[in-house]
Each structure stands twice: as structure tokens, then as C-alpha cells.
Design a protein around this ligand. Structure first.
Ligand code: RB5
Length: 141
């Protein structure tokens, strides 16, 4: 699938470590920045990734900042986005199965690289369960 990825300066190194994992798994990665370590504002990059999903250029998005919190707040302001901030694999799986999360937010200052890669793999492999969970998502518009 096409996956949009974005970060701020706090997530720059982790983004670089995740892109090869995504590509090795056969996904097409659309890197929407940032592209250097200079300080930037995370809402700009959340907006880029959410726009790529809204325009159907990408099916999923991954956003990385220092904690993942700013990215998740910014992403969830977009009505078509269900962003899940995950620090471990269980919530990553449940975020897909129960919440149909189309954006994964990660905190680069919270996670080690190996754990972040594992979370991404679990999140990409898990499927939305539908049923009562679809009704709940529809209740949010
Ligand atoms: C940047 O210093 C930091 O505030 C940002 O990466 C993120 O953690 C905000 O939620």
C-alpha cells in the first residue's frame, strides 16, 4: 500500500530507520518531511500526511515526533483521520482491529528503534474487525 510518513526534528532519525522496513515489506513510501534535523513545527507535517490520506494518494500514514503526542493531537483534528499514538504492540494491533486507525503516531524519544519497527509491523499487519466497531467509528462522523 501507499504509506505517507512525516516527522518533526524529534522524529527525524526514527523516520529514517522506519522507511527501509516499510519498503522491504513491499510498501510504497511517500516521505513528506521533514528532511533535516533543524527545528520545525509538527502540525505542518501532520497536515501533509493527513492531506495525502484525504486525497487518497496514500491509504495509511505514520507520524513521528518526540513523544508522538503533538502529532496525534494535530492528526486527529482531521475528520477523515483516526490517529493512534502507540508505545507498544498491543495498542498498535487494537488500534487497527477496533479503531481502524489510519495513522500511527510514534514518539521517537519514548521508543527504541527496534520496538518502533515492531509496532509498525504489527500495525500494518492487523485488520479492522468491523461490526460493532464500525458503528462506533461511524458515530464520530
Ligand atoms: C519537539 O521538541 C517536541 O515538542 C515534539 O517533537 C513533540 O514531542 C511534541 O509533541
Amino acid at each position: 500500500m501507499n504509506i505517507a510518513i512525516g516527522c518533526d526534528h524529534g522524529g527525524f532519525d526514527l523516520k529514517k530507520a522506519l522507511i527501509p522496513i516499510l519498503e522491504q515489506a513491499g510498501h510504497s513510501v511517500v516521505d513528506l518531511g521533514c528532511f533535516a534535523e533543524e527545528s520545525v513545527d509538527y502540525p505542518d507535517f501532520a497536515d501533509r500526511v493527513c492531506a495525502a490520506i484525504g486525497e487518497r494518494r496514500c491509504q495509511r500514514g505514520i507520524l513521528i515526533c518526540g513523544t508522538g503526542i503533538g502529532m496525534s493531537i494535530a492528526a486527529n483534528r482531521h475528520r477523515h483521520v483516526r490517529a493512534a499514538l502507540c508505545h507498544e504492540s498491543f495498542t498498535a494491533r487494537m488500534g487497527r482491529e477496533h479503531n481502524d486507525a489510519n495513522v500511527l503516531c510514534l514518539g521517537a524519544r519514548v521508543l527504541g528503534t527496534a520496538l518502533a519497527q515492531e509496532i509498525v509491523k504489527v500495525w500494518l499487519a492487523a485488520e479492522f474487525a468491523g461490526g460493532r466497531h464500525l458503528r462506533r467509528i461511524e458515530m464520530m462522523g
